[in-house]
Design a protein around this ligand. Sequence first.
Ligand SMILES: NC(=O)c1ccc[n+]([C@@H]2O[C@H](COP(=O)([O-])OP(=O)(O)OC[C@H]3O[C@@H](n4cnc5c(N)ncnc54)[C@H](O)[C@@H]3O)[C@@H](O)[C@H]2O)c1
Ligand SMILES: [Zn+2]
Length: 577
Amino acid sequence: MPSEPPGRIFLTGFSFSGKSHVAPLVATILGWRAVDLDDLIEQAAGKPVPAIFAEEGEPGFRLRETEALRRACGETEVVVATGGGVVLAEENRRLMAESGLVVCLEARPQTIHTRLQLPDGGSESERPLLRGPDPLGRIRHLKALRQPLYALADFTVHTDDLTPELVAEEAVRAWRRFAECLSYDEGRLAGASSGGTPAVMGDVPVEEAGPICNVRTETSDYAVYAGWGTIEKLGEKLREAGLSGDVYVITDSNVHGDYGGRIADALSGEGFAVHTHVFPAGEASKTLGRASEIYDWLTSHRAERGQGVVALGGGVAGDLAGFVAATYLRGLPLVQVPTSLLAMVDASIGGKVAVDQREAKNLIGAFYQPLLVFADVATLRTLPERELTSGWAEVIKHALIMDPDLLAQLEDRVDALRALEPNVTTQVVRCSMALKAQVVAEDERELTGRRSILNYGHTAGHALEAATGYGFLLHGEAVALGMLVAAEIGRRMGLTPPELVERQEALLERFDLLRPLPKISADAVLAAMSLDKKVSGKSIRWVLLTGVGKPVLRSDVPLPLAREVVEELLASQGERV
Ligand SMILES: NC(=O)c1ccc[n+]([C@@H]2O[C@H](COP(=O)([O-])OP(=O)(O)OC[C@H]3O[C@@H](n4cnc5c(N)ncnc54)[C@H](O)[C@@H]3O)[C@@H](O)[C@H]2O)c1
Ligand SMILES: [Zn+2]
């Protein structure tokens, strides 16, 4: 394990994400050298890239690409701009992960399309992207296939609205923050060299796929896995994560009935001694009292430091077992095995664990990152319909605040997703988990404001949950209505485009997320809003959208405006009863 960081940064990403432009800028800031992989390939071959493609085909080019990459890895203090396809080969991914920091430059398909059409846009090797009837569609398709491989980077910079100089600064910031603590352990390397191949990712369930991403925060580094029908592999993954001996599975009564046996088999098959504790399903179990029962149970089994806790179930199991793991013996390794959609895309990632205290939800808790997150998306097949529907609200929220492509995919595939078609569901869940992981990695403890974009729809959503009496609305249903409120406020403040307001409502409607509301007063909702913990000083903090993927935090929403929009919502949703 090298003690000195090796002084190499690899820029990856789709064609026209700006790698060649940005590499020299990064090199200048660090006082290093920039190299372009295509240049190295051309020098070695003595001919330009299009000629290599013409004479040796893509396989010939790829062989040369790996050779060039290997040469680049022999140098230090170097920033390497790679080609868009470099991530396709497992060997290349491993080489890069072994040799330095991998920074992915992200750009939306629309941005890439626009850049390609500029007068100086597109080298010869990139031109084929523009041929044919639907270039944007082709970019979208190719990019979607490669996305899980780009996502294996150590750090991602979203370049759409940034100048090359700002992108370079972000990359340097990533280097300064992560280079020292880059672990060259098997987990990271295995993560980089797994991930399947695009053919696998595109067309069949992602059973064999590697981790979606590694969540790297200031305090931890862990892998997030999700596939279809992968439950039997849990034991293997625990082992790979360094666990052995006794494990403590904590789960609720529903999930235990459906999956307790299979999980125990998967773990004991890998040599673990499995102990299982079952608590009554439901939010009412998220208490210190239940936590205390679990402490007693762990004590009765003489649980020791280093032995793993598996939180199996929805967000309640994740939060309760997570809280116990965070506190027992000052912390036992925690494995999140989420089985509800909400827990997969939200609660299991990010390290917030808590129990409720009387009416105050999540009052007593901690930030405690798991050792591993492992989701079998196929478990959603037994999740009650309404819980499933509610979970889609958070997926839609992730798309709205961060990912126009995911939003388009949700719109295109509503029926397949609601029917849990394996391929598309797995892809969408993986994507949504990766988005959450990305935000958390950027702002682990909600200090910079980045993490608060996840509260889109939650200011009014939490207030609606409280004002209707907890339990009337499921969390996602409340968030869906909360997103309607936020969008309408944004529209009236001239921030949110009217088309986006309509687009959002249509999608929420198609996912059947807009539930009728009982008769409650706007006053009750407003009062709950001011009590909510997202209040900063005296003003309520709103996340509003200026576009898809463009959230802004605003504390200047006039109270009368909020009241007016809430009143209208209560009137329109009240009519549905
Ligand atoms: N820690 C975080 O960052 C975070 C984020 C969001 C929500 N949460 C918490 O998560 C909780 C809500 O999570 P939830 O909606 O998953 O609730 P939950 O855990 O109560 O699960 C919902 C219901 O579905 C059942 N269930 C779960 N998976 C199943 C499956 N595969 N098959 C059949 N039944 C299944 C459960 O038994 C339960 O009855 C709340 O307590 C909330 O505070 C935490
Ligand atoms: Zn939420």
